[in-house]
Design a protein around this ligand. Structure first.
Ligand code: DX5
Ligand code: ZN
Length: 221
């Protein structure tokens, strides 16, 4: 089977028990932790920052933490997230005046970098920075909230991103975020994704393990 990663989004977790929730999804078979950072400026919602990422590390979380920055500007928060234990730091091209510089900042701090593309944002900038990117994240909802419906047009963009990555020959992950669930995960994988963020589909159910196992079973078909 392909090297698929399932990345529960903590946005839909119970924040009052965040450490336990993260432990629970990892014990249930999740691979990495998707950590949504919102600033009530770039997106119309407000979540958590480096302090909470650090708190998860202090609590004992050793899995990769995939920090999805939905903040503007991005540069001044990058160092704080690296120090707080972020593994991946991804940001939206619209949120940085100097995309190449922001990517370099992430890489030179020792984290893995990524670019995130909103549903109506073209992939244009990607070709110029492919060598500085470890992950491409295709948004299949407009960012800001969990529990939204998957936008089907994202499938075409996933295919396009897969062919750009394939042509580059670089080991870049292709992640999809928004409205991913047991019913559509196979179709999303068929379009070329290898990393699947799921918030409400996992945390919205009582049995995290059952959802994650069903996702893997559907991916294996
Ligand atoms: C949306 C966030 C997502 C969100 C996904 O802005 O970036 O990570 O938590 O939630 P679901 O899986 O419920 O669409
Ligand atoms: Zn996200």
């Amino acid at each position: 089977m392909k090297d698929y990663l399932i990345a529960p989004s903590i946005l839909s977790a119970d924040f009052a028990r965040l450490g336990e929730e993260v432990d629970a999804v990892l014990a249930a078979g999740a691979d990495i932790v998707h950590f949504d950072v919102m600033d009530n400026h770039f997106v119309p919602n407000l979540t958590v920052g480096p302090l909470v990422c650090q708190a998860l590390r202090n609590y004992g979380v050793t899995a990769d933490i995939d920090v999805h920055l939905m903040v503007k500007p991005v540069d001044r928060i990058i160092g704080d997230f690296v120090e707080a234990g972020a593994t991946y730091i991804t940001f939206h091209p619209e949120a940085s005046e100097h995309i190449d510089r922001s990517l370099q900042l992430i890489k030179s701090s020792g984290a893995k970098s990524g670019l995130v593309f909103n549903p109506a944002t073209p992939l244009d900038v990607l070709e110029y920075v492919l060598d500085k990117v470890d992950m491409v994240l295709i948004m299949s909802v407009n960012p800001g909230f969990g529990g939204q419906k998957f936008i089907p047009q994202a499938l075409k963009k996933i295919q396009r991103a897969r062919s750009i990555i394939g042509e580059s020959g670089l080991p870049i992950r292709l992640e999809v975020d928004g409205g991913v669930n047991v019913d559509n995960i196979a179709q999303i994988a068929a379009a070329g994704a290898d990393t699947f963020v799921a918030g409400s589909a996992i945390f919205g159910k009582d049995d995290y393990r059952a959802v994650i196992e069903q996702m893997r079973a559907n991916l294996a078909e």
